[in-house]
Design a binder for this molecule. Structure first.
Ligand code: PMP
Length: 294
C-alpha cells in the first residue's frame, strides 16, 4: 500500500473555528509546539458516523491542555460540534479523528505564555491498527521506561511524552516486532507505545494500575465490559517476571481497539475465549449494538 503523505491530501481540516482546505492547514516553523513539545492531542474512532466516547475524548483534551498550563478557547460542546462537522464534511462514516491543541508561533523560548493557543481537527481513514487481529501481534520489550509522575505529567495525552514511544516503536519494528511493551521507571509493566495492556490467567483479568501512564478510555470501557460479563478484573502492580504466567494478553486503545498479543519477547500467548468475547462486545458497543457505559 502506498503511503499518501499527510500534507498532500484532499479534504478539509477544522482549524481554530473554521474549515481550511487540507493542504493549507499549516503552521509556521517557529511554532512553540514544534520546538518544545507543547501540544496535546486525542485519537478517536468514528463508527458508522458516531465517534465512540466522543465527549470523554473532548474532556480529556481540555484536561491535558490544562495540565500543560493552557486553556482552550473551545468548550467541550464546541469541540463536539466541530468534530461532528469535520467528519460530515469529509464525507466519512468510519474514520480516525485527531483533535490537537498546541502553543503557536506568537512567542518563542521556553517561556511562551503569549505564543497563542491553537486547536485543529483532522480526520482520515484508518483501518486496523494491527492487521490480522486474532492471530495476535508480537511485542518486544522497550528500552525506554515510562517516566515517574514527578518527572513528567503522565496523565496528559501530551505530544512530548510520545518521544520515547516513537523511539521504542521504531526499535521494535526494526527487529520485526509490531510494538514494544514499556516498563515504568520502577521496572513494573506499564503499557505499549500507544495502548494499554491486559493479561488473563485462570479466567481472571489482570492489568497494571495506571499511576504513571494514560488510563485509556478504551481500557476503562473494556474493564466495564468484562465486569458486566461477571469477570474479575484486577488492577495491580505487575512485574515482568510474571509475564510467563499468563495465558492470554491483549492491548487496548482507540486506534488499537482490542488487539490480541501472541508474543512478548519470546513468551507466547494464545488469544482465547475471554479475549474474543471482550472483542466481540467491544465491536458491538462501538457499532451501537450494545449500550455504551457512562
Ligand atoms: N497509552 C498510550 C501511550 C496511548 O497513546 C493510548 C492511545 N491514546 C492509550 C494508552 C490508550 O488510550 P485510549 O484508550 O484512551 O485511546
Amino acid at each position: 500500500m502506498t503511503l499518501v503523505p499527510f500534507h498532500d491530501r484532499d479534504g478539509w481540516i477544522w482549524m481554530n473555528g473554521s474549515f481550511v482546505p487540507w493542504r493549507e492547514a499549516q503552521v509556521h516553523v517557529c511554532t512553540h509546539a514544534l520546538h518544545y513539545g507543547s501540544a496535546v492531542f486525542e485519537g478517536e474512532r468514528c463508527y458508522g458516523g458516531t465517534i465512540f466516547k466522543s465527549v470523554a475524548h473532548s474532556e480529556r483534551l481540555r484536561r491535558s491542555a490544562s495540565i500543560l498550563g493552557f486553556s482552550l478557547d473551545f468548550s467541550v460542546q464546541q469541540l463536539e460540534d466541530a468534530k461532528r462537522e469535520t467528519v460530515a464534511r469529509m464525507g466519512m462514516e468510519d474514520c480516525y479523528v485527531r483533535p490537537i491543541a498546541w502553543r503557536g508561533s506568537g512567542q518563542m523560548g521556553v517561556s511562551a505564555k503569549n505564543a497563542g493557543i491553537n486547536v485543529a481537527i483532522a480526520v482520515w481513514a484508518w483501518g486496523d491498527y494491527f492487521a490480522d487481529r486474532m492471530k495476535g501481534i508480537r511485542l518486544t520489550m522497550a528500552r525506554w521506561r515510562r517516566p515517574d509522575p514527578t518527572t513528567a505529567p503522565c496523565e496528559a495525552k501530551a505530544a512530548g511524552l510520545y518521544m520515547i514511544c516513537t523511539l521504542s516503536k521504531h526499535a521494535a519494528e526494526d527487529e520485526g516486532y509490531a510494538d514494544a511493551l514499556m516498563l515504568d521507571w520502577r521496572g513494573q509493566v506499564a503499557e505499549a507505545t500507544g495502548a494499554n495492556v491486559f493479561f488473563i490467567r485462570d479466567g481472571e483479568i489482570h492489568t497494571p494500575t495506571p499511576d504513571c501512564f494514560l488510563n485509556g478510555i478504551t481500557r476503562q470501557t473494556v474493564m466495564a465490559i468484562a465486569r458486566a460479563r461477571g469477570l474479575n478484573v484486577i488492577e495491580r502492580v505487575i512485574w515482568p517476571d510474571e509475564l510467563s504466567t499468563f495465558s492470554e494478553c491483549f492491548l487496548t486503545g482507540s486506534a488499537a481497539e482490542i488487539s490480541p498479543v501472541a508474543e512478548i519477547a519470546g513468551i507466547t500467548y494464545r488469544p482465547g475465549e475471554i479475549t474474543e468475547t471482550l472483542l466481540g462486545d467491544f465491536m458491538a458497543m462501538t457499532r451501537g449494538r450494545l449500550p455504551v457505559p457512562a
